[in-house]
Design a protein around this ligand. Structure first.
Ligand code: P1T
Length: 377
């Protein structure tokens, strides 16, 4: 089926009891067992929940994977991936990732004996150079948060297959509508469903999708054994939201393209980071592995003062953490999402105090541009 048809129908059958077209919210922590040892395959809410199962099947289909495993947040999903590893294992990670991912890896997982190499994965040779006998996983964010740097997914998938490493992609910025890493040979895709997949800034959630049965079995075990499951109601809201993912993403993309074009001509803007601009150094790769460029833009202003004035005066855009909702948001990464990344590390990939991140929503683009104009003035 086509993407939009799957988005609306995959994983969702009419309710067996009533015929309800929409999957119900199964708000139950446990299930009746008519006799000792007899049940309908449902024993306890952490282990089994039909609303969650519908969401998992839906997003797995959209990512063209076989299995979805949902978690209580994007970071809980990433943490579950760390549980695939053992003390002594080594992971190669994109140097610029979401600040919370950096914090989890570097400030928590290292205490459990897992080590990390932070490399510029935009050149696959840098990954190859970092492979050690104990390397088990390559973890890539593309495009990155917030620098919008790309990694060649097919090249990473091929390298990981050759070297017998698990390949992981955080696909949060693109959503499966614009980028499907599993189709390019990647083992595991993850999302903060808090962002585009839910799209309405009203839940926190995460999901892992894979086509590899062995990985699925282990992650399913971890989901139940470690227990970071999402609430049925949050699953239901996300399931409702994926139905409109295609139309929302098209509008995010269209608005962001116009705003990026506007910003690049603004005299107070030094540099615009958006993969849809022909000036983006990886625009060709973006066209090859993505079917759109998404709604995220980062901008380097001429000075920190301009950036600050802009953030304090915007009215339609809201200054807030997070991204991917229908409403436009602004973020100052060094003091918000990436505050835990040390200065010398973030400045290596260009993340300075002058950088502002735009999550372009689906409002009328004229209103967004007028707001940017008045806020910079
Ligand atoms: O917030 P949570 O649902 O736990 O997701 C974490 C996460 C994972 N991956 C990426 C690429 C992310 O951007 C995030 C969360 N990011 C923000 C809150 C933000 O404002 O960038």
């Amino acid at each position: 089926m086509g993407f939009s048809t799957d988005a609306i129908h995959a994983g969702q059958k009419a309710d067996l009891e009533t015929g309800a077209v929409i999957t119900p919210v199964y708000l139950t922590s446990t299930y009746h067992q008519p006799e000792l040892g007899v049940h309908k395959g449902y024993e306890y809410g952490r282990t089994h929940n039909l609303t969650r199962a519908a969401l998992e099947a839906n997003i797995a289909t959209l990512e063209r994977g076989k299995y979805g495993i949902a978690f209580a947040s994007g970071l809980a999903a990433i943490h579950s991936l760390m549980s695939l590893l053992k003390s002594g294992d080594h992971v190669i990670v994109t140097d610029n990732v979401y600040g919370g991912t950096y914090r989890l890896f570097e400030l928590i997982m290292t205490d459990f004996g897992i080590s990390f190499s932070w490399v510029d994965t935009s050149d696959v040779k840098n990954i190859l150079a970092e492979i050690k006998p104990n390397t088990k996983m390559v973890y890539v964010e593309t495009p990155t948060n917030p620098m919008l740097t790309l990694t060649d997914l097919e090249a990473v998938a091929n390298l990981c297959k050759e070297k017998n490493l698990i390949s992981v992609v955080d696909n949060t910025f693109m959503s499966p509508y614009f980028q499907r890493p599993i189709e390019l040979g990647i083992d595991i895709v993850l999302h903060s469903t808090t962002k585009y997949l839910n799209g309405h800034s009203d839940i926190i959630g995460g999901i892992v999708v894979t086509g590899v049965e062995k990985i699925h079995e282990r992650l399913r075990y971890i989901q139940n054994a470690a227990g970071a499951v999402p609430s049925p109601f949050d699953c239901w809201l996300t399931l409702r939201s994926t139905k409109t993912l295609a139309v929302r993403m098209d509008r995010h993309n269209e608005n962001a393209m116009k705003i990026a074009e506007y910003l690049k001509k603004h005299p107070k803007v030094k540099k615009v980071f958006y993969p849809g601009l022909p000036e983006h150094p990886q625009h060709e790769l973006a066209k090859k592995q993505m079917s759109g460029f998404g709604g995220m833009i980062s901008v380097e202003f001429d000075t920190f003062e301009t950036a600050k004035q802009f953030l304090n005066n915007a009215k339609v855009f809201t200054l807030a953490e997070s991204l991917g909702g229908v409403e436009s948001l602004l973020c100052h990464p060094i003091s918000m999402t990436h505050a835990s990344v040390p200065k010398e590390k973030r400045e290596k990939f260009g993340l300075t105090e002058k950088l502002v991140r735009f999550s372009v929503g689906i409002e009328d683009v004229e209103d967004l541009i007028a707001d940017i104009e008045q806020a910079i003035k």
